[in-house]
Design a protein around this ligand. Structure first.
Ligand code: BGC
Length: 718
């Protein structure tokens, strides 16, 4: 505890300390809310004596609004401890970047850093101090709508992206005026909701938790994220928000997190629904004992104010600890020196800054697009090809995705708008909207198709169908879109599908009906330009899938890094050629597209891969030198991926696990030599006793340009 925090704490009444632990929305300060009842309220509003003790505000931004609230607060509060302003700035503030799943698809950590930096800079100018990001929950189930906010199914990719996001949001410490504090969420395991159903039970072994889930949170904490948010779900049978083992033993002691732990929205109150607390007071006790510092909108900690004189010594001690962590954060952010830190109306509205940020958003959007099919190299298209553009996503600004509350869909340019500038001869009819089965203007469309060289169908989901509370039983495109595609196919013209989505979808039928396909996880403000640049070949598609795309609903959850089983399907055999093995009787085990998949325009392949040493000790680096050859006439980029497999161990191991990746440019008709270097300690795994260590013995090191076609090398650790 620093001196200033100690001094302040000594001056504060218990009530004032409790105030620091309460977070409400800005509406409570604007006087518009009229929902709160009980002894601390008057006419549905918080009584002034409570309001002017509150520690933080969420969901309000904009330099003038924030300034007004802060000024009024400081004028009335007795100790003049500035309010903290927090909000969900997830993938951009006004300039919207691709959704985090799309940023993960760049397979380029720099892109995550840039997106987070820009988001921080815009929101800091708008008066925010803290973002509720990054969400680092590992997800293996596309039915869960919040998968859009994650970086996918791979622990290593998650760890790398989590670290970059924190660095991007926070910058160098102490956090300056262009950066904001990051909140790692949701601790822990929120991405593993059973059956992909939002807010559902999470039930996994601690071994599984430590093997795959914990790493990304740890990585963000090691990058010095200032806050952690609890999750709504249970972990080891106990709701996370009241889970002392999870929060005290694992988060505070093991991961040495000493920042602010904030509850998720209403999550303390929800301990009552979970059935682990009888009332708000009991819920408050559970959360305080678990070390939750800030109560976000549960109105649980506020009940402490009703019986301050009866609080036990233990509760008073916990209040002191939590209040000091909140004050420490305010101190580290520099709010005691300047309560209006970062807030900057000129910067907020500066046109040049906006343009520079949009340039960044374009770069990230381009890198996020994944080409999963390109038969007969029909892409890229040339500008004089006659194009017929159609589908529900063709003429819409709904490209921003969920969690983009400050982004402007109406100002977001559509694909049609951008493509008109890039193709000499383009015709358009929407054909169908997202959910309709009725095709509009079919006669006109038939003519337009006959007059075209190529059909571009922009399919997908509206942004309202991914994000929080959007679990889906069948993550597929609506039937009307598939039927429309079938009708277009009858013309025997080449079809390029663009699929804009917030989650992996089952695209098995679409894949059969089209010649080429681009997957774009909601690409953001500059999405239409990015897609157009890829279509025309101005930019190379370099995105790779951060999640496996199932072939069939029944395969879910399906992920590339599955574990070895006792009865694998023998290599080369089809499901119907064998029986007592791990398989389905009605379809393949293989997904439609795998994690790591993605094509480019340039013809790049691995021409040589040599492991430097195949017997190593614990402290060494695994080194594989790889030559990438580009046989084509265009320069291009690819993502080189390094996987490991432990052959023998006390527990089972994934058949492959990503441990290294890099986006690499290879000039036309040229080659490049790359040294892939993986520290041996990346081979560490979790054992039966839950300890993490490296086993001596045999491993396989694999390199490839996706997770399926891999060159393998044997390695022994001695
Ligand atoms: C979400 C959090 C979010 C919070 C505040 C909750 O419903 O789960 O991720 O940060 O709301 O908006």
């Amino acid at each position: 505890m620093t001196d200033i925090v100690k001094k302040l704490l000594n001056k504060m009444t218990v009530e004032e300390k409790i105030g620091q632990l309460i977070q409400v929305t800005g509406d409570f300060f604007k006087g518009s809310e009229s929902t709160i009842t009980g002894p601390l309220s008057e006419n549905g509003r918080l009584k002034d004596e409570v309001k002017y003790m509150i520690g933080s505000v969420l969901g309000t931004s904009g330099s003038s609004e924030v300034k007004k609230i802060q000024q009024d607060y400081l004028a009335h509060s007795s100790l003049k401890i500035p309010l903290l302003f927090m909000a969900d700035v997830i993938h951009g503030y006004k300039t919207i970047f691709p959704i985090p799943l799309g940023i993960a698809a760049t397979f380029n950590p720099k892109m995550m850093k840039i997106a987070s930096q820009v988001a921080a800079s815009e929101s800091a100018a708008a008066g925010l101090h803290v973002t509720f990001a990054p969400m680092v929950d590992l997800v293996r189930d596309p039915r869960w709508g919040r998968v859009m906010e994650s970086t996918g199914e791979d622990p290593y990719l998650n760890e790398v992206m989590a670290r970059e996001a924190v660095k991007g949001f926070q910058g160098n410490l102490p956090i300056d005026d262009s950066h904001i504090a990051a909140t790692v969420k949701h601790f822990a395991g929120y991405g593993a909701a059973e059956a992909g159903r939002e807010y559902n039970t999470v039930d996994m072994s601690e071994w599984q938790f430590r093997e795959n889930y914990l790493g990304a949170y740890q990585s963000a904490i090691e990058a010095q994220a200032k806050l952690v948010m609890t999750s709504f779900n249970t972990m080891f049978g106990v709701p996370a928000t009241g889970n002392k083992y999870l929060m005290k033993d694992i988060l505070r002691q093991e991961l040495e997190f000493n920042g602010v732990l904030i509850s998720d929205w209403d999550a303390i109150n929800e301990l009552i629904n979970h059935g682990t607390a009888t009332d708000l007071q009991a819920a408050t006790n559970l959360a305080l004992n678990a070390g939750v510092d800030i109560d976000m909108m549960s109105f649980a900690y506020i009940t402490l104010l009703e019986h301050v004189d009866e609080l036990s010594k233990n509760v008073l001690k916990l209040i002191d600890e939590s209040a000091s962590r909140v004050l420490q954060l305010k101190k580290e952010l520099g709010l005691f020196q300047n309560p209006y830190k970062g807030l900057n109306p000129e910067k907020e509205n500066d046109k040049d800054i906006k343009l520079a940020h949009e340039k960044n958003a374009l770069e990230v959007a381009e890198e996020s697009i994944v080409m999963v099919k390109n038969n007969s190299s029909i892409l890229p298209l040339s500008f004089d090809q006659r194009v017929f553009l159609t589908g529900p996503v063709a003429d819409t600004g709904d490209l921003l995705g969920s969690w983009s509350w400050k982004g402007d869909v109406l100002q977001t340019k559509s694909l049609l708008f951008k493509m008109k500038k890039s193709f000499k001869n383009i015709s358009f009819s929407e054909g169908i909207n997202y959910h309709d089965r009725h095709i509009k203007d079919w006669d006109k469309i038939s003519q337009q198709v006959s007059d075209a060289d190529v059909i571009i169908v922009a399919l997908g989901q509206p942004s309202s169908e991914s994000g929080e509370a959007t679990s889906m039983m069948e993550p597929t495109l609506p039937i009307g879109q598939i039927e429309y595609l079938k009708k277009l196919r009858q013309f025997n013209k080449p079809i390029v599908a663009i699929v804009v989505t917030g989650r992996p979808l089952i695209l098995t039928q679409v894949n059969e009906l089209v010649d080429a396909m681009l997957i774009s996880f909601f690409p953001g403000t500059k999405g239409a330009t990015a897609l157009t640049n890829i279509l025309t070949g101005k930019s190379e598609p370099t995105g790779r899938l951060p999640m496996t795309f199932p072939r069939n609903n029944g395969q879910i959850p399906i992920y590339y890094n599955s574990y070895t089983t006792g009865r694998p399907i023998e290599f080369g055999l089809q499901n119907n050629e064998t029986k007592y093995v791990t398989k389905y009787i009605d379809g393949s085990n293989d997904p439609l597209y795998n994690f790591g998949d993605g094509l480019g325009y340039a013809d790049i392949s691995i021409s040589e891969s040599v492991i430097q040493e195949n017997v190593l000790s614990m402290s060494e680096q695994i080194k594989v030198s790889v030559i990438l050859q580009n046989k084509s006439n265009r320069s291009g980029q690819t993502v080189l991926q390094g996987y490991i497999h432990q052959k023998i161990g006390e527990t089972v191991h994934p058949t492959k696990a990503l441990k290294w990746f890099k986006k690499i440019e290879v000039p036309a008709k040229n080659s490049r030599k790359i040294m892939m270097s993986i520290p041996v300690n990346e081979l560490a795994s979790v054992h039966q006793d839950l300890s993490t260590s490296i086993d001596l013995g045999e491993y396989e090191i694999m390199v490839g340009l996706n997770s399926t076609d891999l060159v393998s090398h044997n390695l022994t650790i001695e």
